[in-house]
Write a protein that binds this ligand. Structure first.
Ligand code: CUA
Length: 330
């Protein structure tokens, strides 16, 4: 029996740890929010236990008189004292909660005056990411957010179409992405490695496939990664890849996608300059691989129905050439 309870608890709480969990905080802001959650649970838990305790006590005290009407003495001293103590306790609990909430809010707002380092724009159903270039201007990528550890990063949050919600549970609370409005958030990650973000506001058919891979790097690794993203696209490394590039530039791909240094292109879809350096495709829908790339460019509607990317109508040899080019975009 005890073992069964332990297994049940482990299964129930298993979802609380790991790379998409607010209960496994990995930044200053998430630690503060996690602390506030603990405080709320403690205060509300104590109030709940007290209510149950008094209910049990009242039932026990009057167990023989349950079938008679119970008359309350208006001047019952114990009752008056008890009610007074109860009201005082509730007021104290509320003061503790308000105090905790205020302190956490101050922690979250600590860098409110800083300029944004990263701009995130929600789209149906992917994330446009722009990083401030130390050399000036902005560097665009998509769907894989990199952050430096041990340093506050100010993130500007917007939407291009409907309301989305930016949420990386291990690093911060949720914040809405509202068309026509700019919100801000600061994160100071303290743990290296991958975590996962997810759009947290229902935004249409593929809301569930609007995931954000998040990598926390050392400041040095982050700077190196950013310098890599700032470079123009790699040149095609084979005749097949060169054919792929010319198919992209002359076909429908270029009306929505840009490949810096190779295809001027449109901005309706994700920037593909370093597509193959990301570890997933279509906002966390598929792992980055040759097969997934081929499937995605030929049958996007089968893999993510409703996505803005139309079926390409490419012949198999054309799709292969494009995949050869895309997988070289590291
Ligand atoms: Cu975007 Cu849900």
């Amino acid at each position: 029996m005890r073992r069964r309870i332990a297994i049940g608890l482990a299964l129930g709480l298993g979802g609380c740890a790991g790379r998409q969990s607010a209960l496994d905080p990995a930044s200053d802001q998430a630690v503060a929010l996690h602390g506030l959650l603990g405080l709320m649970l403690a205060v509300c838990g104590i109030a709940y236990l007290l209510v149950l305790l008094f209910l049990g006590w009242a039932l026990w005290r009057h167990r023989r008189r349950l079938d008679h009407a119970v008359e309350l003495e208006p001047h019952d001293r114990v009752l008056q004292l008890g009610l007074g103590a109860w009201a005082g306790l509730m007021a104290l609990g509320l003061v503790v909660l308000i105090g905790g909430s205020f302190l956490v809010d101050r922690t979250l707002a600590r860098h409110d005056e800083a300029a944004a380092d990263i701009r995130v724009t929600g789209h149906q159903w992917w994330w446009r990411l722009e990083y401030r270039d130390p050399a000036g201007g902005w560097i665009e990528t998509a769907n894989e957010l990199h952050l430096p550890a041990n340093r506050p990063t100010r993130i500007e949050i917007r939407s291009a179409d409907v309301i989305h919600s930016f949420w990386i549970p291990n690093l911060s609370g949720k914040i809405d992405m509202i068309p026509g409005r700019t919100n801000h958030l600061t994160v100071t990650p303290r743990r290296l490695g991958w975590v996962r973000g997810q759009c947290a506001e229902f935004c249409g058919l593929q809301h569930a496939r609007m995931a954000l891979e998040v990598k926390v790097d050392t400041p040095e690794d982050f700077a190196a990664w950013l310098a890599g993203q700032a470079r123009p696209a790699a040149a095609p490394s084979s005749p097949g890849a060169a054919r792929g590039l010319s198919l992209i530039a002359s076909g429908t791909c270029a009306s929505c996608h840009r490949i810096r240094g190779a295809v001027g292109g449109g901005r309706a879809g994700p920037d593909l300059t370093h597509l193959a350096s990301r570890r997933s495709l279509a906002a966390g829908t598929l792992p980055m691989s040759r097969g997934a790339l081929g499937g995605w460019i030929t049958q996007p509607q089968a893999l993510k129905p409703g996505a803005e990317m139309p079926a390409s109508g490419l012949a198999p040899d054309e799709a292969l050439a494009i995949v050869s080019y895309l997988e070289g975009l590291r």
